[in-house]
Design a protein. Structure first.
Length: 77
């Protein structure tokens, strides 16, 4: 994923999580999953855990080239 795609993904995710793109970027760069999951609902936390535990899905997500492709992989529209 290139920097522009990553920035678009972070911007979209930050709106969903109710945080600033800068704060989310810092959380992701520091691998601070606890800080990220603290803002999620119980249902979203369970989904995040399931995604992180699925090695095949994680490999597909890492190989995604755009936010749109990530959304498609995760079942988004």
């Amino acid at each position: 994923m290139n920097n522009e795609s990553f920035d678009k993904l972070v911007d979209a995710a930050s709106k969903k999580l109710g945080t600033s793109p800068e704060k989310l970027r810092e959380t992701l760069v520091n691998d601070d999953i606890k800080a990220l999951s603290a803002r999620l609902s119980k249902q979203d936390k369970a989904r995040l855990r399931a995604i992180l535990a699925d090695e095949q899905l994680m490999a597909r997500l890492k190989a995604a080239s755009s936010p749109e492709e990530l959304a498609k992989i995760l079942g988004g529209k």
